[in-house]
Design a protein around this ligand. Structure first.
Ligand SMILES: Cc1ncc(COP(=O)(O)O)c(C=O)c1O
Length: 399
C-alpha cells in the first residue's frame, strides 16, 4: 500500500494521555493507584449547567448551528470577556469549536505556512509542539528556567526571532508550570511582538484559576494594536468543569476570524448544539461555582507546595495559576532507586507508578526532563496520600 501522510506519521501520541491510560489500566486491574496526571477538574459540572444541557435536548436544540457557534453563545462569550478581562470583541470575531484544543489548531492553521517558525516557551503544554508540526510549522523552543518562575523575558523572545518567525504561543496561566505573567512582563513581550511583527496565540484557558489575589491580564487587553495581532484561545473546560462538553473558542481580528470560520465550516462543522446551550448557561449565570472551585484549588495548592518542599530530594515553586505543580527531581538524577538508576523524569515516572503507586506526568514531553508534573485536580485526601507515598518511595519503600 502507498505511504501514509508524512505529517501524520510524525505526530507523537500525547504523553499526558499515555500516563493517564497506564494509570487507568492499573486501576482496572484492581491496583490501589492514585492519579495526578489528569488535566481536568475533578469537580462535577455544576447542576444549573447540566440542567441547561437537559433542557436543550428537551427543547430539540439538537440540530446544526452556525459552524462558528450560535450568535447567542458568541455574544455571551463577548460579554464574559468584557466583564472578566476588559476586552471588547464583537460576536463576529468569535469562533466556537469542539474545545480549546481544535481552536489552537485552527489558529495555527490560519497563520502558519510550511516552514514558518513558531516560538514556544518551554516547559509547554504537550500538544503545542505537535500541533505546530501538524500545520507544517517549526517549533522554536525558548527555555524558561525554574529560577525565572518558568517565564521567558522580552530579551529571550527577541533573541529567538528570525525572518521566518510567524508567531508565538503564550500559555498564561501555564500548563504545566502554573506560572502567570505580570502585566509588566506581558507588556515587554508585546512590545517585541509589535516591533517584530509577530502574531501571538494566547491560550488563556486557565484564566479564572488564579491564586494569591494575583491580577490576571489578558494579552489582548494590552492595547488595540496588540489585540489586532492576538488570537485569544479560551473555553469552558477548565473554569466550569466542562471538559467533556467540548466547547472552546478563539477570538481574533475580523480578517483572521473569517479565515478561521471558513476553515471550521469545512473541517468540523458546528460544535455540539446541546453543549453550546450548556456553555451559554455557564457563561451567563452566576459565577459562584467558579469561585468555589477556585478556592478549593487554592487550598490544595497551598497544602501541596508546603508539604512537597519539606520532602528531602524534591522541591517546587509556588505557582500562581492553573492546577499543576512542577516537582523538581534534579537531585534524584543519577541516583539508584528501587534497583534502577534514575536518568530522567521518564524513569522517575515509571518507577514511581510501579513502586509508589502514584501516577505523575514526566516533564520530558513538556521540554522539562528534570521535572514531573502533579495535577492537584484531585481530592485533598488523595493529595495527602500521594505525598505520603512519595515520602515512602523516596525512602526506598514499596507501596
Ligand atoms: C493549555 C491548554 N490549552 C488547551 C487545552 C484543551 O482544552 P479543551 O479541553 O477545551 O480542548 C488544555 C487541556 O489540557 C490545556 O492545558
Amino acid at each position: 500500500m502507498k505511504e501514509l501522510s508524512r505529517i501524520a506519521l510524525a505526530v507523537e501520541p500525547s504523553a499526558t494521555m499515555a500516563i493517564d491510560s497506564m494509570f487507568k489500566q492499573m486501576k482496572a486491574e484492581g491496583q490501589d493507584v492514585i492519579g495526578f496526571g489528569a488535566g481536568e477538574p475533578d469537580f462535577a459540572t455544576p447542576d444549573h449547567i447540566k440542567a441547561a444541557g437537559h433542557a436543550a435536548i428537551d427543547n430539540n436544540d439538537t440540530r446544526y448551528t452556525p459552524s462558528s457557534g450560535t450568535v447567542e453563545l458568541r455574544k455571551a462569550i463577548c460579554a464574559r470577556l468584557n466583564a472578566d478581562c476588559g476586552l471588547d470583541y464583537d460576536f463576529k470575531q468569535i469562533s466556537v469549536s469542539n474545545g480549546a484544543k481544535p481552536c489552537v489548531y485552527v489558529a495555527l492553521r490560519a497563520l502558519v505556512n510550511p516552514g514558518d517558525e513558531v516560538i514556544l516557551p518551554s516547559p509547554y503544554w504537550v500538544s503545542y509542539s505537535e500541533l505546530i508540526r501538524m500545520v507544517g510549522g517549526v517549533p522554536i523552543i525558548v527555555h524558561a528556567a525554574e529560577a525565572d518562575e518558568f517565564k521567558i523575558t522580552a530579551e529571550e523572545l527577541s533573541a529567538a526571532i528570525t525572518p521566518k518567525t510567524k508567531c508565538m504561543i503564550l500559555n498564561n496561566p501555564c500548563n504545566p508550570t502554573g506560572s502567570m505573567y505580570s502585566r509588566e512582563e506581558l507588556e515587554a513581550l508585546a512590545k517585541v511582538c509589535l516591533e517584530q511583527d509577530i502574531y501571538v496565540i494566547s491560550d488563556e484557558i486557565y484564566y479564572s484559576l488564579v491564586y494569591d489575589n494575583a491580577e490576571f491580564v489578558s494579552f489582548a487587553s494590552l492595547g488595540e494594536e496588540v489585540k489586532e495581532r492576538t488570537l485569544l484561545i479560551n473555553g469552558v473546560s477548565k473554569s466550569y468543569a466542562m471538559t467533556g462538553w467540548r466547547i472552546g473558542y478563539v477570538a481574533a481580528n475580523h480578517q483572521i476570524a473569517q479565515v478561521i470560520a471558513n476553515y471550521l465550516s469545512h473541517c468540523t462543522g458546528s460544535p455540539c448544539a446541546i453543549s453550546q446551550k450548556a456553555a451559554l448557561e455557564a457563561l451567563t449565570a452566576s459565577q459562584d461555582s467558579v469561585e468555589s472551585m477556585r478556592l478549593a484549588f487554592e487550598r490544595r495548592r497551598n497544602y501541596m507546595v508546603e508539604r512537597m518542599n519539606n520532602i528531602p530530594g524534591v522541591s517546587c515553586n509556588k505557582p500562581h495559576g492553573a492546577f499543576y505543580i512542577m516537582m523538581n527531581i534534579e537531585q534524584l538524577i543519577g541516583k539508584e532507586m528501587h534497583g534502577q538508576v534514575i536518568r530522567n523524569a521518564d524513569d522517575f515516572g515509571t518507577l514511581f507508578l510501579k513502586y509508589g503507586k502514584v501516577a505523575v506526568v514526566p516533564g520530558t514531553s513538556f521540554g522539562a526532563p528534570n521535572f514531573v508534573r502533579w495535577s492537584y485536580a484531585t481530592s485533598i485526601d488523595n493529595i495527602k496520600e500521594g505525598l505520603s507515598r512519595l515520602e515512602r518511595f523516596l525512602r526506598g519503600e514499596t507501596v
